[in-house]
Design a protein around this ligand. Structure first.
Ligand SMILES: [Zn+2]
Length: 77
């Protein structure tokens, strides 16, 4: 089973379509059960979409760090 912090690690590849199918399925299964990660995905998606109109490459790492900090505060696993 994936945990929330795994989702954060995998999400960029997932949204780019770079995950293997089994991992993508596991990620989707986690999202179906986890409100925090669903909110995270929605935030990530929206921010990436907006920011990609300005810059292609620079967003993911600082955003991921910020959201990872958020998730660590909200999850104890
Ligand atoms: Zn989660």
């Amino acid at each position: 089973m994936l945990r929330c912090r795994d989702i954060v690690e995998l999400l960029g590849d997932y949204l780019d379509g770079d995950l293997d199918p089994a991992t993508a399925e596991a990620l989707k299964a986690h999202l179906a059960d986890c409100r925090e990660c669903t909110a995270f995905v929605n935030t990530y998606r929206g921010t990436v979409r907006v920011t990609r109109q300005l810059k292609e490459e620079d967003l993911p790492l600082p955003l991921r760090d910020r959201l990872l900090t958020f998730l660590r505060r909200h999850t104890q696993s």
